[in-house]
Design a protein around this ligand. Sequence first.
Ligand SMILES: [Zn+2]
Length: 228
Amino acid sequence: MTTSPEICRRRNKEHSMFERHHTQETKDKMSKAHKEQIPWNKGLKGYNSGKKNPMFGMCGEKHWNFGKHWDKKVRQKISDSLKWLVGENNPRFGKHLSKETKEKIGIANSGKLLGERNPMWRGGISHLPYPFVFNKELKRLIRRRDGNQCRNPKCEGIFSFLTPHHINYNKNDCRPLNLITLCNVCNSKANYHREEWKRLYHKIVSRLSTKHFTRMNYLWGSKWNQAL
Ligand SMILES: [Zn+2]
């Protein structure tokens, strides 16, 4: 957490150092003392991580706090101590990350949640081969039908990379009615709350003009029958 003077003032007007400053002499003393200290975690790579952590596997009923509740006084205390963070008092109030910053964060985080590291990992099913009808030609037709844009009405348009999404999550079901164009951000969002997205996208696609479907069904009809 940052400790800009502004935030300190908000947080603790009663703080003994409130609006006071250390002398240069004291600062030098502290600096010297800190230099001689050995960090407690020096050389302890992975200390307490994973199974070594005493809290490993302590979820649900095993957790020491399971089923227990803070009493009212404690809850009030916690609530009071956090009040300075609410609304206008919050240092982030009214501020938003710029598009550029969001992209930077996105790039920095990309790959961190890939594969088995992702909590949504389902044993590698995303690497199963797509049926052959799901090729470039079909993808192009779906994109064209959807006007070359992400079809999620709540799309934030951060990335422009478009990809066809299987509405019922069945990769073998490549009927145009089951495909919708999404940007990569909306596509990853569709991995959560699956039922809601299914309903929404199904509604959107079923409202689309039928002329594209006729052409696509004509082009791909026979191959679908083989693939399904
Ligand atoms: Zn989108």
